[in-house]
Design a binder for this molecule. Structure first.
Ligand code: ZN
Length: 177
């Protein structure tokens, strides 16, 4: 297949060369402002078109979380809604795009999205360690910088790191003197 590059699932990536018509979305994760608590709070939600173009809900929270394909496609087809919900489409068949996607996400959300993908057997996410820059499957990474805001997924971590070794090394470097 394409340059012998394989997905974490072991299937070859199919790299698309252009932005495709809606019905041809493959390996695309759609990120948008979902959630909706107390009428004002939002959080990132996700759905996905798998390698065959089938629709999957990954994370849908609050009253703005999308749980069906029709609503999803109405949003994707509307320029107004795309802007309003800050829609981003991530082609995770591209390794670097996938790493950027995970990197830009709150660690706890990366964990939830990865788990939903694995549970549905459609993909696996890899992340970058904030300390050593190493790349590892998100499921085997740890989380830190916990914070809470009392809404939605109430208690979440900002960063992923690959092992206790990295965590301890950083701590020692910080406390050398
Ligand atoms: Zn590391």
């Amino acid at each position: 297949m394409v340059d012998g590059f394989y997905t974490p699932l072991g299937r070859p990536f199919v790299k698309e060369e252009q932005i495709l018509p809606h019905k041809d979305r493959r390996n695309i994760v759609v990120e948008y402002k979902g959630g909706g608590y107390d009428g004002c709070f939002w959080e990132w939600n996700h759905f996905m078109y798998d390698a065959k173009g089938a629709f999957h809900v990954l994370l849908a929270t609050g009253y703005k979380g999308i749980t069906d394909k029709e609503t999803a496609e109405n949003m994707l087809n509307s320029t107004y809604d795309r802007a309003r919900f800050k829609v981003t489409e991530w082609d995770i068949s591209d390794w670097w795009t996938m790493l950027d996607f995970v990197d830009g996400m709150t660690a706890s959300f990366a964990k939830i999205v990865d788990k939903a993908m694995r549970k549905q057997g459609i993909a696996k996410l890899w992340g970058t360690c904030r300390y050593c820059g190493g790349v590892k499957q998100v499921r085997y990474m740890s989380q830190e910088n916990w914070t809470g805001d009392g809404h939605g997924i109430a208690y979440f971590a900002k960063d992923l790191y690959c092992s206790e070794h990295c965590f301890e090394k950083e701590y020692e470097d910080d406390h050398e003197n």
